[in-house]
Design a protein around this ligand. Structure first.
Ligand SMILES: [Fe+2]
Ligand SMILES: [Fe+2]
Length: 240
């Protein structure tokens, strides 16, 4: 189906997962900023709408969409387990490594490239935010999703949660996601889109490469939560 620029970025990605790499390449925020229309997202990023539409058309022909459809119908428990295993696992492995690497590169090249000091601070801020955020999901929100799902399957009513409706922790998680999205945008801008200077040593290059991968994984991670898991969980709560 052809994409038009009045659709929201979120709808485009939900219906066409192959659009993700196009948005990544152009720096269009499809996870936290997914509620904007494509037109508005392009205006915000100063990107030509026609260029995006043509890149999207190419991507959708060249690359069949990966099977994200399974997460639209899987159990909420399976989707949250996937997020924890795949994306929380990645963040826990990568963030300490990137924090140490950004420290090392800053100490070596910070004089000539003072932005490395800010990048180091931003990586530490993401690491600290994410570690509490993931615990809140793993210890409070995701177990609750399993509880309500199991209760519905066994025809029982679950004990009420201390936080009331799911909308409360979900709003909180989405606000955290917005904060992480802002930090990522700052890193992208300070690193000129993860382009190291021509003279950069291997560690400098590895840092920028790793930061680009981190952005990609966090975008996927937040997309699965904001655009698939959370709306499905709220719908499930309404229906049961
Ligand atoms: Fe998460
Ligand atoms: Fe999250």
């Amino acid at each position: 189906m052809a994409i038009d620029s009045t659709q929201t970025v979120r709808d485009i990605v939900q219906q066409n997962p192959a659009a993700v790499p196009v948005f990544e390449a152009l720096g269009i925020d499809y996870c936290c900023g997914g509620g904007k229309s494509l037109e508005d997202a392009c205006m915000k990023g100063n990107i030509e709408v026609d260029k995006v539409l043509s890149d999207l058309a190419d991507a959708l022909v060249a690359r069949p969409a990966p099977d994200e459809a399974q997460w639209m119908t899987s159990s909420l428990g399976d989707l949250s387990d996937h997020i924890v295993k795949q994306h929380h696992g990645y963040a826990r492995r990568e963030l300490p490594r990137l924090a140490a690497l950004s420290e090392k590169v800053f100490l070596k090249h910070g004089k000539q490239h003072p932005e490395l000091g800010e990048i180091r601070e931003l990586v530490n801020a993401i690491a600290s935010e994410m570690s509490t955020h993931m615990l809140k999901e793993e210890q409070i929100l995701f177990p609750r999703l399993k509880t309500i799902e199991e209760a519905a399957n066994s025809g029982t009513t679950p004990m009420p949660a201390f936080f009331g409706s799911l909308i409360n922790p979900i709003r909180h998680m989405m606000a955290d996601h917005d904060d992480t999205g802002e930090l990522l945008r700052s890193i992208r801008s300070l690193s000129s889109g993860y382009q190291p200077p021509a003279s950069a040593c291997m560690s400098y290059q590895a840092l920028y490469h790793g930061l680009g991968d981190l952005e990609h994984d966090l975008h996927q991670h937040i997309h699965l939560e904001n655009n698939i898991l959370f709306p499905r969980a709220l719908e499930f709560e309404r229906a049961h």
